[in-house]
Structure formats: C-alpha cells, structure tokens
Design a protein around this ligand. Structure first.
Ligand SMILES: NC(=O)C1=CN([C@@H]2O[C@H](COP(=O)(O)OP(=O)(O)OC[C@H]3O[C@@H](n4cnc5c(N)ncnc54)[C@H](O)[C@@H]3O)[C@@H](O)[C@H]2O)C=CC1
Ligand SMILES: CC(=O)C(=O)O
Ligand SMILES: [Mg+2]
Length: 543
C-alpha cells in the first residue's frame, strides 16, 4: 500500500474553523431530552477518567475543547490539578512526540521557511485578526527536555494557550498557537512518512534570522495588539531572538524569563524556611545550577535579584551562583564558553575541570541545588544525602520536564533527606506520607507565571516587556500564598487558585509596566490598587 501524504504547506494554510463561543443551542429534537449541564459535566469527567492511557485522555480533552469549549474550560478550572498533567506537562510532551501520528485537525498557525517573502498572507489566514492578543510561538527545536521535535512542537503552543485561557481568563478567540517550520535535525522525523513538517534539516542561523525578522514584523502589522511568547527555542536562538526583539515588540521568552520568575518565587519562600532552620542569613545562600541552558541561565539571572533585594551588589550576588554544564563546573579558565554562560563563569577557580556532581557539591557546598539539565535521575541518592549533610533543610529543585527527565523524584528527595527537604519539580509529583505526615511537592513550573504576566502585559497594552515586569510577576507569585499555605510549608500556592493568583500578578505587572513607562493604557494609571484588581478581574473571560 502506498500512503500518499500531502504536506500541510503544499496546499497553503488550511482555514481554521473556530468554535463559536458560546456554541449555538441545537434545535429542539437534536439533543437527548435529559441533557442537563450539571449531569453532562459529570459525564465528561467520567468519560475522561475511563481512559487508561494519558495520551487518550489528552485526545479526549482536545476533542472536548473543540466541540464544547465552555465545558472544557469549566472542567479545567474546577479540576486544575487533574487537567494540567494532561493538557500540559508531562502528557503534552507525548502529544508533541506523537503529533504527526495523532493529527486530526488544524488548531493553530504554521509558518514555514518556504513562506519567507509572503508571511503576511499566511498570517492573514487567521480567522480573528482583530481579536488576537497573545501568541505562543515555538520552532519546535527544544520541546520540554525532549529535543528537536520540529513541527511536532505545535501542542506545546496549544497547551500553554489553554492555560492562558483557563488560568488568566484570556478570551479563547484572542489566542494564536504558532509553530514555525524551519526543518528538524531529528532523523527519525525526517524518515517518518507521517511527519507533517518539511523534510529538511534546520536552516542555518542567518537564514533563520532573516525569516524571524520578517515574521516578527508581519506579526506586528497583522496583529497590532499582540503579545508574543517565545517557547522552547533551542538555547542559542532563545537568547538571540529575545535580545533582538525585546525592545522592538511586546515579546518575552517563557523558558528564560517565565522560568526565572517562577523559580525566584519558590526560592524566596524556600530560602526563608531554609534560613530559619539553619539560623544563617538569607544572603548566605549558595545556589548550584545543574544545567546551564536557556532555563538554567534564565533562572540564575532572575535569582540575582533575590540577593540584590537583600542589599547585595551585583558582583556579590553573582558570586552566590555556580553553573554546571555537561563538561562540569563552568569557570573561565576552562576554555571558550558559550556566550550565555560567560557571565556566571567562576573566576575564583582555575584548577582541573570538576565533572562529578559529588565533587562539585563538595567544592561549592550549596544550600540549593537546581536541576535544569534534562538528565533523568542525575540527583543520585549520594547527591541528595550530601545536600542533607550540608544543610538542615536543603533546597532541591529538579526542574527538568517532562516528569521522566526529572533529576530526581519527590520520593527520592524525601527518603534520602528523611523528609527534611524543600522540594519543587518542573512536572507534577504526588504527595507522600512520610512518618505519618503528608508532604506536598511544589511545582516550580512557569505555568504559574505566564498567564498573569501575559494578562498584565496585554491589559497595560505594553510596548515591550521590561525586566521589572518579570520580577514583579515573581514577587506577586511569592506573596500570593494564603496563611494556611504558608503554615503548611508550601513553596507555591494551590494551582486551583490560579485565577486569583493571575489577577494579583497582573496588577503587579501593570504597575511595573507603568513605572518602566512601557504601558500604553494610560487610564489604568489613575486607578487605585483595588480598582485595578477589579478592572483585571472584570476583563477575565469566564466559561
Ligand atoms: N520547570 C520549568 O518551568 C521549566 C523547565 N525547563 C526544563 O529545563 C530543561 C532544560 O532546558 P534548556 O535550558 O532550554 O535546555 P538546554 O538543552 O539548552 O540545557 C541543558 C543544559 O544541561 C546541561 N547538561 C546536559 N547534560 C548534562 C550532564 N550530564 N551534566 C551536567 N549538565 C548537563 C547542558 O550542558 C545544558 O547546559 C528542560 O528539561 C526543560 O523542560 C525549561 C523551562 C521551564
Ligand atoms: C515548562 C517549560 O516551559 C519547559 O519545560 O520548557
Ligand atoms: Mg518551555
């Protein structure tokens, strides 16, 4: 049998049918007589829970979102902890890997290198040009920790935008998932007859940059009110395009800035608890980053403000941070380094490379160990025990996604520290009962940040996203815990409160935009904080 496949780009862009919101009521006789909304919500949850494979749950929810978006978002908000591991990490990782196999219908915009010179006409295919407010754009080159998935990266843009809608009440019609097709270096996909993208190796950086310049310009023309979130670009391009466009367009990079903000927030809460246990000042924390890519360096940059807020100079703050990459400890005397690692390269060490994590722990004596390496299980029993020996309450954050790439599990961290650990992971783990006490893992994932940051940036109509707006989102999150969450030793608030959290973050972000002078919605300046909060809440779309 010959399978004849038509690549999406050979027919131009398929027109996307957007589900009208709310869906029209079918005429009498076309629905069963007893179709009650409340009962139907129960039915949908029962159907979801009847699937035993996570990817089937993903496919079911994806169909529900298309057919009945109100029901999908209503259930999503009511069951946030159950939905996020399906529509987001970890299952969205599998959905990406299997995208070409499971593809059913267009859900976003594909812009290919073959569209260079006519990108405007591709963007114009989007059905709701005027309503566009936020786009998540990936080139599929580093999806979670799963590597170069090419055009199969589309579900990450879709998943992030579902969280914008659920978590911050962005109108569904205002969101545009975009996947750029610039080729893939993953041979498996190039050989796969079902692969939906261009069967070519990735284009070189200069060609990509010329494409990106046209793409970003045309985006600003087609969608003048749009905020762009760059997602899961490989590290070199993540830094390159953030720097290139951040002063020109409203754009931020979720992996560098969103992750930095979420980890700073969790770290602030963890450091308070850790310092209380050790009796040492907050300024004495020593942070070791295992992984020095866009996420590791982005978080390290943001954690600088933890120390500067404590009154330290930039130089002193930088000295509290150590990076480790695949070659071991990052230091200047090691030889040539990628540009993004240079700032944090140690200048106080010039010996032979230290490559073993245990030796590095021994040398650095960190209070906090952050994993952004994609190296599953890299925090071994011995490494965790060393952290516990060094600190009465060590901070251990294995942040790599999806869950199978986590540097350690919650169970490992609890067992090898005898329950004395401040823990947050990128993907979710279940709580654990340890010696009769229930311990809750934190989820240090940028999903806590980008909905509120994006909402604030959109409502302020900001011309660019300043560092101070990102920092404000982080502090807003850190301060969003309720007294009972703080008393329970949680590092992050319950995700079920995401709407309230996002509204609070948005207010802080708008204020920071005003101070930075990048806001273009001047009326908001005169509002008091309670008025601004009411305004933000009033703008949220509700299913
Ligand atoms: N929790 C969250 O919200 C987020 C988590 N991440 C996760 O962070 C991870 C890394 O993302 P990127 O920085 O963009 O990727 P990347 O591939 O650019 O960086 C990985 C880093 O780990 C280092 N590394 C690899 N093997 C190593 C080894 N054996 N020992 C020590 N270091 C090693 C590499 O040298 C590199 O510096 C991914 O799994 C991603 O899912 C990313 C963004 C947000
Ligand atoms: C969470 C996220 O953005 C990542 O793992 O890339
Ligand atoms: Mg990401």
């Amino acid at each position: 049998m010959t399978i004849v496949l038509t690549p999406y780009w050979s027919n131009g862009v398929q027109k996307l049918k957007m589900a009208p919101l709310p869906p029209p009521k079918p005429a009498h006789g076309l629905t069963p007589p007893m179709l009650d909304d409340e009962v139907h919500a129960m039915r949908c949850m029962a159907q979801l829970r009847s699937k035993d494979k996570e990817i089937e749950k993903y496919i079911y929810l994806s169909a529900l979102k298309e057919q009945d978006p109100h029901m999908f978002y209503r259930l999503c908000l009511a069951h946030m902890s159950e939905f996020t591991p399906i529509i987001y990490t970890p299952t969205v990782g599998q959905a990406c890997q299997e995208y070409s196999k499971n593809y059913r219908r267009p859900e976003g915009l594909f812009v290919s290198i073959k569209d260079k010179g006519k990108i405007r006409s591709v963007l114009k295919a989007w059905p709701k040009l005027d309503e566009a407010r936020i786009s998540v754009v990936t080139d599929g080159s580093r999806i979670l920790g799963l590597g170069d998935l090419g055009i199969n990266g589309m579900p990450i843009s879709i998943g992030k935008l579902s969280l914008y809608i659920a978590g911050a009440g962005i109108r569904p019609q205002s969101t545009i998932p975009i996947c750029l097709d610039l080729g893939t270096n993953t041979q498996k996909y190039l050989d796969d007859p079902l692969y939906l993208g261009m069967r070519k190796k990735r284009v070189p950086t200069d060609e990509m940059t010329a494409f990106m310049d046209e793409f970003m310009y045309e985006m600003s023309v087609a969608f003048p009110k749009l905020l762009v979130q760059f997602e899961d670009f490989s590290t070199d391009h993540a830094f390159l395009y953030l720097e290139r466009y951040r002063n020109q367009y409203p754009v931020f990079n979720d992996d560098i800035q969103g992750t930095g903000a979420v980890v700073l927030s969790g770290f602030i809460n963890a450091a308070r608890l850790s310092s209380a246990a050790s009796g040492k000042p907050l300024s004495s924390h020593r942070i070791l980053f295992f992984g020095a890519g866009s996420a590791g360096v982005g978080v390290a940059m943001q954690l600088m403000s933890f120390f500067t807020l404590e009154g330290m100079s930039e130089q002193e703050a930088r000295e509290r941070i150590w990076l480790v990459d695949s070659q071991g400890l990052v230091y200047t005397a090691r030889g040539e380094l990628a540009e993004h690692k240079e700032y944090f390269a140690r200048r106080d060490y010039a010996g032979p490379p230290i490559t073993d994590l245990l030796d590095i722990l021994d040398y650095v004596q960190p209070t906090a160990l952050m994993g952004l390496s994609t190296m599953s299980g890299a925090f071994s029993r011995a490494a965790i025990e060393t952290m516990a020996a060094l600190n009465p309450l060590p901070i251990i954050f294995p942040l790599s996604n999806p869950v199978k790439l986590s540097e350690c599990t919650f169970a490992d961290a609890v067992t090898y520290t005898n329950g004395k650990v401040l823990f947050a992971s990128g993907s979710p783990f279940a709580e654990i009962v340890h010696q009769g006490k229930t311990l809750y893992p934190g989820q240090g994932n940028n999903m806590y940040i980008f909905p509120g940051l994006g909402l604030g940036a959109i409502l302020a109509r900001c011309s660019s996203v300043s560092d101070s707006m990102v920092e404000a989102s982080s502090l807003g999150l850190a301060n969003s815990l309720t007294p009972s969450e703080t008393a329970a030793g949680l590092l992050y608030p319950a995700i079920e409160r995401i709407r309230e959290i996002s509204a609070g973050i948005a207010v802080q972000v708008i204020r920071a935009a005003q101070e930075a002078g990048v806001d273009r919605h001047a009326d908001l300046r005169a509002m008091s904080d309670p008025e601004l909060l009411a305004f933000v809440n009033g703008k949220m779309w509700n299913p």
